[in-house]
Design a protein around this ligand. Structure first.
Ligand SMILES: *Cc1c(COP(=O)(O)O)cnc(C)c1O
Length: 387
């Protein structure tokens, strides 16, 4: 296999080369059937094999208890911002949201179209509600001290984003959050957690068994765009509002085994190849070790440098998406030069999100340590030249 440039894209993002190789080999003829996966009926034997294996492998990777259903949907995480409230708010017609960055902010805004949404904490600013101040999310010293998260016992769910892809803010201790809610719940009310895990699912072990619902667009860490992974605790089925389109009603989707409408067959096939690859690599535990090493290498380099900076609170730094700025670059021209020269050096897609500026390196599963080392070497050179 020839050496390709390193792709630091935030999504759609780098895939394991082995996955691309297999997909290329099977493009015109899947395992002697004489047809491409692109041409198969979603109800035929061949595709059912692909589909069922993908489910089995994902269940194994996530160590998913039997009382959770996997749904293969469409519409992306942004679609879920509306689909979740339509499915889960029910008669309660209210939900609580943590805003830790721009993705969860979008989620909260959209949910407000379907019911009463309260933002319990926000990273953007200190919030005032009922005469009480709520702290900025990124400043929380730890979940145990988050006493100001006044989860309403009558809320249908509490939504948060476990990895803010743009801001580089990650929150992975789902169990602590679940404990926190149980501890403060009035009369044992069950407020299930709903998690947008688009950009850190499969990057480390995550406590799905402590949540009600987890969703993720596949194009960050699980394959190609077009597929949305939805993992739902079965007791939360059956609550969809009448306005919910049938094709996005979790109950109907589950009853039809994700085939109420034609599922994104090719994206499911690619995700299946990624799941296989992940299992061969040692699963999410192995990924966690790698991702820890990769992100540590980059953070350590940034932190010892006076030239680059990452401003996320140490306890919430993402292992997947690392935004960084140049400490002196008033008009942004040096950042532009950085991105251009990096590209010439075979380091792609390092431009920061348009709302954040600077640079961002996304280090999803498919990107090896070697790529991060190449980036750090480049950053060192760049600093020598312009620092
Ligand atoms: C990329 C991303 C989204 C948006 O996903 P779409 O597939 O474009 O709908 C939402 N949330 C998070 C955390 C993301 O990383």
């Amino acid at each position: 296999m020839t050496r390709r440039p390193w792709n630091f894209s935030a999504g759609p993002s780098a895939l394991p080369q082995q996955v691309l190789q297999t997909a290329a080999e099977q493009m015109q003829d899947w395992q002697g059937t004489g047809v491409s996966v692109l041409e198969m009926s979603h109800r035929g034997n061949a595709f059912m094999q692909i589909f069922e294996q993908a489910q089995i492998d994902l269940r194994r990777l996530l160590d998913l208890p039997q009382d959770y259903a996997i749904l293969f949907g469409t519409g992306g995480a942004i679609g879920q911002n509306a689909i979740v409230p339509m499915n889960l708010m029910g008669k309660k017609a209210q939900a609580d949201y943590i805003v830790s960055g721009s993705w969860s902010e979008k989620s909260a805004q959209q949910a407000g179209c379907y019911g009463d949404v309260r933002i319990l904490a926000s990273s953007g600013k200190v919030l005032e509600q009922d005469g009480k101040q709520y702290p900025a999310w990124a400043w929380f010293p730890g979940i145990a001290d988050a006493d100001d998260w006044q989860v309403r016992p009558d809320s249908a769910y509490l939504h948060f984003c476990s990895n803010e892809t743009i801001g580089g803010v990650e929150f992975a201790d789902w169990a602590a959050l679940a404990d926190r809610i149980t501890a403060q719940s009035v009369g044992g009310a069950d407020v299930p957690l709903v998690v947008d895990a688009s950009s850190n699912i499969l990057s480390r072990p995550l406590d799905i068994a402590r949540t009600g619902l987890v969703y993720a667009g596949a194009q960050k860490n699980a394959g190609a765009a077009g597929l949305t992974l939805i993992i739902i605790r079965r007791d939360l089925l059956g609550r969809a509002l009448p306005v919910c389109p049938f094709g996005f009603d979790y109950t109907k989707m589950e009853q039809a085994q994700s085939m109420y409408n034609t599922p994104p067959t090719y994206a499911i096939y690619i995700a299946g190849l990624v799941f296989r690859w992940l299992l061969e690599q040692g699963g999410v535990e192995a990924m966690e070790q790698r991702n820890r090493a990769k992100s540590r290498l980059l953070y350590n380099f940034i932190d010892q440098s006076g030239f680059y900076v990452n401003r996320v609170h140490a306890g919430f730094r993402s292992r997947m998406n690392i935004p960084f700025q140049l400490t002196a670059d008033a008009d942004g021209s040096l950042s532009k030069r950085f991105v251009q020269q990096a590209e010439q050096a075979g380091l792609l897609e390092l431009k920061g999100h348009r709302s954040a500026g600077g640079m961002r390196a996304s280090l999803y599963n498919a990107l090896p340590l070697q790529a991060v080392q190449a980036l750090v070497d480049f950053m060192q050179e760049f600093e020598k030249r312009y620092g």
